[in-house]
Design a protein. Structure first.
Length: 345
């Protein structure tokens, strides 16, 4: 089969012919139709989530969508033909956290799809059955790639931050793959939303297509919240993860405000005043992916048309590196997608 693999963490993708995988016990074989491309996959390729040389070569891509074409021993064969997407974390399904529906906090985590086992930058992928989550019928596979992360993560953030009707929510990097879906999900939770974004084209899309107020965040020292937000934001969600964005975000919070941070870049920190934290009763929340229940809710929101998938670029595997380049340069609106031809007649 055709695949794009890395042979060194932080190395270049190599498009090549590789042996087809086989599903083992408790696994399914998925014919990949499309795979989402965002900054997380670049972090995976760089080795920020795991850099064991014994895991190489590796096929990246965790936001895959496809059909189950074969089931391994112990898997109900009736699952064959299902349209599924992949749950990113290789959770155990047995620990106290998993049994409580907190698979993202699994105590026996075995790693991540696209890091510790091959992902969707290939025509076939073998997955643990529990990681292959059924999607509602009728979804376009390319649009469905946003569900696994770009929509599921905002659903998790909205629940974690207790976003309620009437809350004022500011989203930093609102034109990126996560941010552009976060503004939609926060609004579904009843919030008044403003998007902070440096790229003019992305601000135009937010305002004209999504009807979300957009603020230029090229210089955080000059960022001002909309009129009526003088007491501060109730929630700030930071997808940029830089010292200046995090510092601004904490200062922008009003009483009982919640800052949600999601990036994991090494060496980044920012000043926190315990005095202000106490007097304003603020909270800083680290958000870690999503649960399978939140994944299912994300799928429903997309299937019902309540969240619009925003796909800025779609390419075949030979051109996927161009999507990576757009991501690194901040040019990509929303998510990118690696699309494989559908083998179904």
């Amino acid at each position: 089969m055709e695949a794009a693999r890395i042979h060194a963490w932080g190395g270049e993708l190599v498009v090549e012919r590789v042996p087809e995988p086989r599903p083992g016990p408790g696994e399914v074989l998925v014919q990949v139709l499309a795979c989402g491309v965002g900054l997380t996959v670049l972090n995976c390729i760089e080795g920020h989530l795991g850099a064991d040389p014994d895991d190489l070569p590796r096929v990246p891509g965790h936001e895959l969508v496809g059909r189950i074409v074969e089931t391994g021993p112990g898997v109900d064969p009736s699952r064959q033909g299902e349209l599924v997407s992949a749950y990113f974390y290789l959770f155990c399904g047995r620990c106290a956290r998993c049994l409580a529906g907190q698979e993202d906090l699994c105590l026996n985590l075995e790693g991540w799809i696209g890091v510790d086992r091959d992902g969707g930058y290939a025509q076939l992928a073998a997955l643990p059955e529990r990681n292959a989550i059924s999607l509602p019928p009728g979804l376009d596979p390319v649009e469905a790639t946003v569900i696994a992360d770009a929509v599921a993560t905002p659903v998790h953030v909205s629940r974690l931050a207790r976003i309620r009707p009437g809350d004022r929510v500011a989203v930093i990097a609102a034109g990126g793959g996560l941010g552009i879906h976060m503004v939609q999900v926060a609004r579904l939770f009843g919030a008044e939303v403003v998007g902070l974004e440096a790229a003019p084209a992305k601000r135009r899309y937010l305002e004209q297509e999504l009807r979300v107020a957009a603020v230029d965040s090229t210089d955080f020292h000059s960022v001002r919240l909309p009129s009526g937000w003088e007491v501060g934001a109730d929630v700030v969600v930071d997808f940029l993860g830089r010292r200046e964005s995090l510092t601004w975000a904490l200062e922008a919070l009003g009483p009982d405000g919640r800052l949600v941070t999601l990036t994991t870049f090494p060496g980044v920190d920012f000043p926190v005043s315990p005095r202000r934290m106490v007097f304003s009763q603020l909270a800083i929340l680290g958000s870690r992916y999503a649960t399978r229940g939140e994944f299912a809710l994300a799928a429903r929101l997309v299937a019902e048309g309540r969240v619009r998938p925003v796909i800025g670029r779609r390419e075949h595997v030979a051109e996927v590196r161009a999507i990576h380049d757009d991501l690194r340069r901040g040019r990509l609106l929303g998510r990118g997608v690696l699309a494989w031809p559908d083998p179904a007649p």
